[in-house]
Design a protein around this ligand. Structure first.
Ligand code: GLA
Length: 340
């Protein structure tokens, strides 16, 4: 990404994401396979002599960067990102910025990570090298924690920055190694919106805490196996850990199946993942379970699962291009960038 500050105006774009498999694994250093999508957040900006201000096309609110951070919901992200950039001694330019988005808000497609990254780029943050991408993803992850109190992992912010056209990214959240996995042209990825959700105030933070408890007993879940679970007495913690250990395995198996173009196998692994999120990790909903069942019954649909944090949001399906499944067909997109 090039330096933009010699310009007096510009435009940045940051995608949303859909996670193909590997949910509730990132915050224990596990494996995930998200894909940046062709819906996202655009911010247009121009330099100004007055302190920076952001407005959005969703409401009439104008957020000045250094006002009290009460403002609108989206305004909290502006404040959080700007403050963290400042703490890193990044000197933000003074801009008048307008935010618009093609992502449904609160639908589990990472509208907030997309917004955080777009804000950071509009304020002149760099994300060219791998190290810059990782550092900016971590800053935006912290902004999410600060703005919402949700102790999310790194997956969403990293894929928003590092996404690759025609590929999902296998991310090892221990090392932050990223390996592109090609999405073959003879399948389609379909997203179905089920219900609005927010992870703030949900049981997300509880799952993070319970996984941390499991790790206190048996060490990193990333390197644990199911035999290690015998050391965990609490049946709930044991089930959560079971999900994480087996989900890490499923991510690897899914990547192999996609590389071999074995879509039937990939679909079965998606369904196993959904069932584990439903039965072991208890983050699915009746509506999502019903939608997954319905999708799977459609000829040409290889598999489907809930995607993201759960408690609502979306399901994702892997299907033959001719399958008659409702929903949004998403294309794998490049990560965030300066448009002009
Ligand atoms: C949310 C979080 C991510 C990840 C997923 C579940 O999207 O932001 O860090 O934990 O839930 O996989």
């Amino acid at each position: 990404m090039n330096e933009s500050r010699t310009l007096t105006q510009g435009k940045v774009w940051a995608p949303g994401r859909v996670n193909l498999i590997g949910d509730h694994t990132d915050y224990t250093g596990g494996l995930v396979l998200p894909m940046a999508i062709d819906l996202g957040t655009t911010i247009t900006w121009q330099l100004t002599n007055t302190p920076s201000r952001f407005s959005s096309d969703v409401d009439d609110v104008v957020v000045a960067l250094y006002d009290e951070p009460q403002s609108s919901h989206w305004g909290r992200y502006v404040h959080a990102v700007a403050q963290l950039l400042e703490q890193r001694r990044h000197k933000s330019p003074q801009i008048l910025a307008t935010i618009s988005s093609t992502l449904p808000i609160g639908s589990g497609l990472s509208s907030s990570a997309s917004l955080e990254v777009a804000i950071a780029l509009s304020l002149g943050a760099h994300a060219g090298t791998r190290d810059e991408i990782i550092a900016l993803a971590q800053l935006c992850q912290q902004a999410e924690h600060a703005a919402t109190g949700v102790p999310c992992g790194i997956m969403d912010q990293l894929i928003v920055l590092a996404g690759q056209s025609k590929h999902a990214l296998l991310i090892d959240c221990s090392t932050l190694e990223m390996t592109p996995v090609r999405i073959p042209a003879d399948v389609k990825i379909v997203v179905q919106f089920i219900a609005p959700r927010t992870l703030a105030g949900s049981a997300y933070a509880d799952r993070v805490a319970q996984c941390a408890r499991a790790q206190e007993i048996i060490g990193p879940l990333r390197s644990a196996n199911t035999t290690d679970l015998e050391a965990i007495d609490d049946p709930t913690v044991k089930k959560y850990a079971l999900h994480v250990i087996t989900e890490n395995e499923r991510v690897q198996e899914f990547c192999s199946a996609m590389t071999d173009c074995d879509f039937a196998q990939a679909g079965l692994i998606m369904v196993d993942s959904h069932n584990s999120l439903r039965d072991n990790f208890a983050v699915s909903t009746d509506q999502m379970n019903a939608a997954v069942l319905e999708a799977r019954a459609i000829p040409g649909v290889y598999g489907a699962r809930m995607t993201g944090g759960g408690f609502g949001g979306c399901i994702v399906a892997l299907a033959d291009p001719d399958a008659k499944i409702d929903g949004l067909i998403v294309e794998a997109s490049n990560g965030a960038r300066l448009l002009e």
